[in-house]
Design a protein. Structure first.
Lengths: 146, 79
């Protein structure tokens, strides 16, 4: 399958790897399939940065503030590699005009709006667990895993 | 001319820590101005780290809330 993937699903997977925190089974299985190269996955250009930051600060939280920041960096990079090294990932960039459009979006929060604009530049199949903020509309087909 | 500065207990402890660290490690006396400046820098750094960690925890809370909803609705299980 080919689809655009919501960053929250990737963050959950990162958290599971890093902290052994439980996550929804369907999302976990999808992430495993992605890593096995079974799907072509588009993500927002902002997603890798957000995931890396999330992993770093969770690692820092786990290991204590007094540890040097370099240690948290090292852990975050290791787990970032575990997520993105395998699989058929492609990032989607927005133009300034598209960011502007996202900023004016009345229906979605800012981060969701950016992802929505990115998804519009793919085959418009959007895989998310967020059924409250994203709804099927004329432009996007949701794959909810629920 | 000497001036009196009131410090919170934790700030005083931090300043004194810095003074003794400099004395032990660098074998020199720190001025109070220098120790206070270093203490403020450390506090700011801690504050910034804590803010970033708070952001990561807020991501966790958001994800956990959605996970609870998924489980409660019987839509999936957690693994």
């Amino acid at each position: 399958m080919k689809f655009f993937l919501d960053k929250d699903i990737i963050m959950r997977y990162g958290r599971k790897l890093l902290l052994d925190h439980r996550m929804p089974k369907k999302q976990f299985e999808l992430m495993k399939e992605i890593q096995e190269g079974k799907h072509k996955v588009w993500i927002s250009n902002n997603t890798p940065f957000a995931v890396l930051n999330y992993l770093k600060y969770r690692a820092q939280d786990k290991h204590g503030l007094d540890k040097p920041e370099e240690e948290a960096d090292k852990i975050a990079k290791e787990y970032y590699g575990k997520i993105f090294k395998q699989g058929n990932w492609e990032t989607i960039n927005l133009t300034m005009k598209e960011y502007q459009k996202a900023s004016q979006d009345q229906e979605h929060h800012w981060e969701d709006a950016v992802q929505y604009q990115c998804a519009l530049k793919t085959n418009k199949k959007f895989c998310t667990d967020n059924i409250k903020d994203f709804k099927d509309d004329e432009e996007i087909e949701l794959m909810t895993l629920r | 001319m000497s001036k009196t500065v009131r410090l919170k207990d934790e700030t005083y402890e931090k300043v004194m820590d810095i003074v003794s660290t400099l004395q032990l490690k660098e074998k020199r006396k720190a001025t109070i101005d220098e120790a206070v400046r270093l203490a403020i820098e450390e506090f700011e750094e801690d504050k910034s780290k804590k803010a970033k960690i708070a952001w990561a925890r807020s991501v966790d809370n958001r994800l956990d809330a959605k996970d609870r909803e998924i489980v409660e609705n019987g839509e999936d299980i957690l693994v």
